[in-house]
Design a binder for this molecule. Structure first.
Ligand SMILES: Nc1nc2c(c(=O)[nH]1)N[C@H]1C(S)=C(S)[C@@H](COP(=O)(O)O)O[C@H]1N2
Ligand SMILES: [Mo]
Length: 477
């Protein structure tokens, strides 16, 4: 380096110009689009964004959207992908904290128009109720607003929370088919054929795995949308029992007992795929449905039209929308929602994913017992309680003095559900006489297995911000 510099210096008449040229060259390595395109492998992955070039090799394993997703973009520009997965551009921290430090240089042949015509894929998303609490619109992440939760034990469709990973898919109903595969047997059903099968109605609550993530962020930063407690809603679903469909494709209870079939795989039109244990799928008391009606109407576009898997008692993601195919297997399905970090509940003392072997950690299926304080006025405190696995709510305890003394709340709608198949939430209320000004109210529920919500959030905090069921506390000003 020193050598070159001396030679150049001696052969130039403008000293300043040469030094300038040098320092620029040292700061900014230049690469062409073609150079970048060669770095397109797992162990050698570059991307561009605008005129900058980034080496993302060490980030691939940590990508919250999964390794497969980021691998789509390597060797190329991020723009078309970030136009679809807008969480990247909605959150400036992602650019500043994650991408920027990985910069290795700039494009020598930068063309600002290269990705100009990539269309907004969210253009066909449905119009949504203004009363929802929106975190993002592309993809749509919106909570049911607090004021409408206790008014409706069955949440009206337009007030249901929305959690989409992608644009709402456009579906050609006339060519739509549901496929079910089991080894060499398969069944394909058009929507009208499907609707002619024997149907069943089930009232089930769905709660997002990240509900109440916001409270975790007061302890330490988590990965994911900072949800309050409104990512939970309830509907009456009508559809065909999964067990009946599987039996139609020659799945037997014996296959499950002998472990030939351990998991049932489900894929959706928007690319989401998940699996559930075969025991849940085939359980005659499990009530897993392929639904086509939500509260008596065709399922709205946002919630999975035309077909949605309903896995009562399991975390939100297992209830996949826009269902297109079902398969039997002895393995869990691949992909971020099942085997990746997205639904892995890490221990509270793990702050770095690299410290754990994700494959060894169980993905969330059934959710733990939960309750929240929703409405407080001068005479009554109201809230909901719910538990995964169909475990009913046996009791809700409420304190109005930050845990010094407790009272039992009165259970209301939902109270009379079968305690082993209590798929929907239970509302509760407590009449109060004292002035609640400056008081801290707490609630905690007990489920039919006598599991109780944990007191301390610190001990259940986890990197992905899942399953927050710590005592719910509200301070009244
Ligand atoms: N195909 C598909 N299914 C999906 C999702 C999705 O993005 N795509 N989101 C999941 C998540 S994370 C949750 S919490 C629920 C949300 O359901 P909702 O939007 O009807 O409230 O659907 C689940 N099913
Ligand atoms: Mo979710």
């Amino acid at each position: 380096m020193f050598y070159k510099k001396t030679i150049l210096l001696s052969s130039s008449c403008s000293l300043i110009g040469v030094i300038d040229m040098f320092s620029k060259k040292n700061k900014e390595n230049k690469y062409s689009y073609e150079d970048v395109s060669k770095h397109n492998k797992l162990n050698d992955a570059w991307v561009t964004y605008g005129k900058n070039v980034y080496n993302v090799t060490n980030f691939i394993n940590e990508h919250p959207g999964g390794q497969d997703k980021i691998m789509l973009a390597v060797g190329k520009g991020l723009e078309p992908y970030w136009n679809t997965y807008k969480q990247h551009t909605n959150d400036p921290d992602i650019f500043n904290d994650i991408l920027k430090p990985m910069k290795i240089g700039e494009l020598s042949d930068y063309d600002p128009h290269k990705y100009k015509n990539t269309k907004d894929p969210y253009i066909n998303d449905p119009i949504r109720d203004y009363r929802l609490n929106f975190h993002s619109t592309s993809p749509c992440i919106a909570e049911t607003c607090k004021n409408s939760i206790m008014d409706n034990w069955i949440t009206p469709n337009e007030l249901w929370y929305v959690r989409n990973y992608h644009p709402v898919p456009n579906i050609d109903i006339n060519n739509f088919e549901l496929s079910i595969f089991n080894n060499d047997k398969s069944l394909k059903l058009s929507l009208s054929e499907f609707k002619k099968l024997k149907t069943k109605k089930i009232v089930s609550t769905i709660q997002c795995g990240g509900n109440r993530r916001r409270e975790y962020n007061n302890i330490d930063k988590t990965i994911g949308t900072s949800l309050n407690f409104g990512a939970i809603s309830t509907a009456e679903w009508e559809g065909v029992l999964l067990r009946d469909l599987l039996i139609n494709t020659k799945v037997t209870d014996q296959d499950v007992l002998e472990g030939k079939i351990k998991h049932i795989h489900f894929e959706a039109i928007d690319g989401v795929k998940i699996s559930i244990p075969a025991e849940k799928a085939m359980n005659i008391y499990g009530d897993v449905l392929i639904a086509f009606k939500m509260n008596g109407e065709d399922i709205p576009k946002d919630h999975g039209y035309p077909l949605r898997l309903i896995v009562p008692g399991h975390v939100g993601i297992r209830n996949i929308k826009w269902l297109k195919s079902i398969n039997t297997s002895d393995q869990e399905i691949d992909g971020t929602w099942q085997r990746g970090i997205s639904y892995k509940g890490l221990p509270h003392y793990i702050k770095d994913v690299k410290k754990v072997n994700l494959q060894e950690i169980a993905s969330v299926q059934e959710m733990p017992v939960q309750s929240c304080i929703v409405d407080v006025n001068s005479s009554v405190i109201k809230g909901f309680a719910w538990c995964g696995g169909g475990r009913g709510i046996v009791r809700v305890d409420v304190s109005t003095d930050n845990g010094k003394t407790w009272e039992e709340a009165v259970l209301k709608e939902g109270k009379y559900q079968n305690p082993s198949r209590a798929w929907a939430w239970t509302f509760w209320e407590l009449k109060v006489k004292d002035d609640l000004k400056n008081k801290t109210i707490i609630c905690k529920a007990t489920d039919s297995s006598y599991n109780i919500q944990p007191e301390k959030i610190e001990n259940i905090w986890n990197l992905r911000g899942l399953n927050n069921n710590s005592w719910h506390k509200i301070h009244i000003k």
